[in-house]
Design a protein around this ligand. Structure first.
Ligand code: MIC
Ligand code: SF4
Length: 646
């Protein structure tokens, strides 16, 4: 039988289930990654599972999101994470080392292996030929404890690449083109596999830029073949032994296909406020830009930042435009520094930022009121930058550098472009900020776990009640992201402290939500969220389920729900219903009293229920498609409660 790459990797890791698209399968996870903003909850949940050490081939705990350290909270989190890594055999990546996805690609990613990460951009690893999937923290904790990961067996779309990118057009423009075609909703349950003669023209970091932003499509993951280019990258990282060839068999079948001629691509831009709103950059030429930020896990490789440095060489940034650059890793910044390229940034007037997520998560350099900000990151959701009124556009490093110099949207192909930057024959390797490599997989049983006052507890769920007697506490529209549900930025430091963080649920969408939800909960009423299409887009943060659970949210009724968030809701005992007839959405209003008499029975049965809107005096149908396992979680009050019961 002829297989595609996704089928090959999944089949080699299959633990249970049949490889039939849409059916639930379980796969063995070789590697995990966590980052600090989700990692404290992962480690707390892992600790509660009572295993003596991590059971994967490799588990890395990165610190890259919460590095601001205003107050004690972030530092407490770092100490806790380090001590758990030491105790249980994770490798710990110290703050300052860089962004998890860039570092994992450089130092640990392996073609043909599976990677599960508590961050939605984990599919960056697909650039090196891994099946790399983003998931909620508790799913990662289970994998660290040796359990399999459950997912719907995906449908595979082939993206056939031909031709070669012109100078000034790069990998970001490729993925923005893919986003323009497929949009940021409606791609749940798919994997995008890249193929064709154009693949060989893209180096590993370029491929990783493309697979990284598969997260914005909402696909389960994206994957490239592992070829001679992959081998050269691994050799340059001193890891040639990790290379294996991976390609689709002749005649492998795909569910759908898109052909892209790289030679014909032009610079693209994702417009406010969604990465799926893609237009050609040419539409905006000459419009003023207040801020340019270059970096994030999408575009912070050696190739990208060297290209930017060379474009800025000997020039000055535009007078009314502020410009920041953040390198993806210490390897990148050290190499730029050795080659004198940091001088080009400083001399041009660029502000050099920490090797971390920083601006991308609204943790740094929020733009001014109504400012236009051009970024090389992957998300431009409303308010994510830290400024509600800012207009954030996503572009390639070349387009960003062009705007940094001119102060307006500029086609980089009209600028003085350097020769193409190739990856070096040998990257500069210094793993000294990775701790506990010698005890990885074993840990140090006697190591003490350090818990400062910022380290709270994981809230526990209660078994599902027979009847749902509740209120439509909030009604939201389409494409509500986890940034809307659980803001990051200045609230990020409360990630380990659920009672405090819960105060900010829907902070900007409905400032009354916390008060109303708490009142309903205390009066014994369930809170219900009513939503449109594609609810829960974006990040993997399980806090967007955990904090609503803490506030007594028992059900979501949406037109559709995104993959990672749906799994998180189930893991935390919240039922992700969809409308049987989506037009019923229009009839419900915030504050309506909603009742499901046979709530528990419906979940134990076929997942279909009738909701009575007592305020409007009408009834409507809702349904939820559950596996046996998911049904059990919901009935018990969540995954942790279900583990405790066993
Ligand atoms: C993001 O880019 O939104 C984040 C912050 O990296 C999240 C994880 C988190 O919320 O901690 C993600 O992408 O999963
Ligand atoms: Fe960090 Fe931004 Fe990447 Fe999320 S998308 S991991 S915040 S750099």
């Amino acid at each position: 039988m002829a297989w595609n790459i996704v089928e090959k990797i999944l089949d080699a890791h299959l633990v249970s289930g049949k490889m039939v698209p849409g059916e639930e399968i379980a796969i063995r996870i070789d590697q995990t990654l966590t980052q600090d903003a989700t990692g404290t909850m992962v480690d707390l949940q892992f600790e509660s599972m009572g295993v003596d050490r991590v059971k994967t081939d490799l588990s890395v705990s990165y610190v890259d999101h919460n590095t601001i350290q205003v107050g004690f909270e972030n530092a407490d989190d770092h100490d806790y994470l380090e001590s758990v890594a030491k105790r249980y055999g994770e490798i710990f990546s110290r703050p300052g080392n860089g962004i998890c996805h860039q570092l994992h690609l450089e130092r640990f990613g392996k073609p043909g292996a599976t990677l599960l990460g508590s961050d939605s951009h984990t599919p960056t690893g697909g650039g090196i030929g891994m099946v790399a999937i983003g998931a909620g923290g508790i799913d990662v904790a289970v994998a660290m404890a040796g359990g399999p990961f459950y997912l719907a067996c995906p449908r595979v779309t082939r993206i056939w690449l031909e031709g070669k990118l012109q100078a000034g057009v790069s990998a970001k423009d490729v993925i923005l083109k893919v986003l323009q075609v497929f949009g940021s909703k409606g791609n749940v349950g798919k994997v995008f596999e890249y193929a064709g003669p154009g693949v060989a023209t893209l180096n590993v970091p370029a491929r990783a830029t493309i697979t990284n932003m598969g997260a914005e499509l909402g696909v389960t993951t994206s994957v490239f073949p592992s070829d001679q280019v992959t081998k050269a990258f691994l050799r340059a990282q001193g890891r040639e032994q990790d290379w294996v060839e991976l390609k689709a068999d002749d005649g492998a079948s795909y569910d759908a296909e898109l052909k892209i001629n790289l030679s014909e691509l032009e610079p693209m831009v994702a417009c406010p406020h969604n990465p799926g709103n893609v237009e050609p950059l040419s539409k905006f030429l000459g419009q003023k830009v207040n801020q340019v930020l270059i970096g994030s896990c999408t575009n912070s490789s050696y190739r990208d930042l060297k290209t930017v440095a060379l474009m800025l060489r000997g020039k000055k940034i535009a007078p009314h435009t502020e410009v920041g650059v953040a390198c993806g890793s210490r390897q990148v910044i050290e190499m730029l520094s050795q080659e004198g390229l940091l001088f080009d940034f400083f001399s041009a007037g660029v502000r050099l930022l920490e090797n971390a997520c920083g601006f991308c998560i609204g943790n740094h350099m929020s733009p001014g009121t109504n400012a236009v900000s051009l970024r090389t990151s992957n998300r431009n959701f409303e308010g994510r930058s830290g400024t509600q009124s800012a207009q954030v556009y996503l572009v390639s490093p070349e387009s960003a550098a062009a705007a940094a110099l001119t102060g307006v949207f500029t086609d980089p192909r009209t600028m003085d472009l350097p020769d193409p930057v190739e990856d070096p024959v040998a990257f500069k390797i210094d793993d000294s900020l990775f701790l506990y490599g010698e005890t990885a997989g074993r840990g140090i049983p006697e190591a003490e776990i350090v818990r400062g006052p910022n380290i709270g507890q994981v809230p526990s769920g209660k078994p599902m009640e027979e009847k749902l007697d509740g209120v439509a506490t909030i009604k939201v529209g389409d494409r509500i992201t986890t940034d809307h549900i659980m803001p990051a930025g200045q609230r990020l430091k409360y990630r380990s402290n659920i009672p405090v963080y819960a105060q900010y649920v829907f902070e900007h969408t409905d400032p009354e939500f916390y008060g109303n939800a708490s009142r309903n909960r205390d009066a014994g009423l369930a809170n219900v969220i009513v939503a449109g299409e594609s609810y829960g887009q974006g990040s993997s943060r399980e806090h967007a389920a955990m904090c609503p659970m803490y506030l007594g949210v028992k059900a979501l009724i949406a037109k559709s729900v995104e993959r990672i968030h749906r799994a998180n809701l189930i893991n935390f005992g919240i039922v992700p219903f969809v409308f049987s007839d989506p037009s019923d959405y229009d009839r419900i209003e915030k504050g309506d009293r909603l009742v499901i008499d046979g709530f528990r029975a419906a979940i134990a049965g076929d997942g279909k229920a009738t909701v009575r809107d007592e305020t409007k005096a009408f009834s409507f149908g809702v349904e939820v498609d559950l596996s046996e396992r998911q049904r059990e979680f919901l009935l018990c009050g969540g995954l942790l409660a279900s583990i405790a019961k066993r």
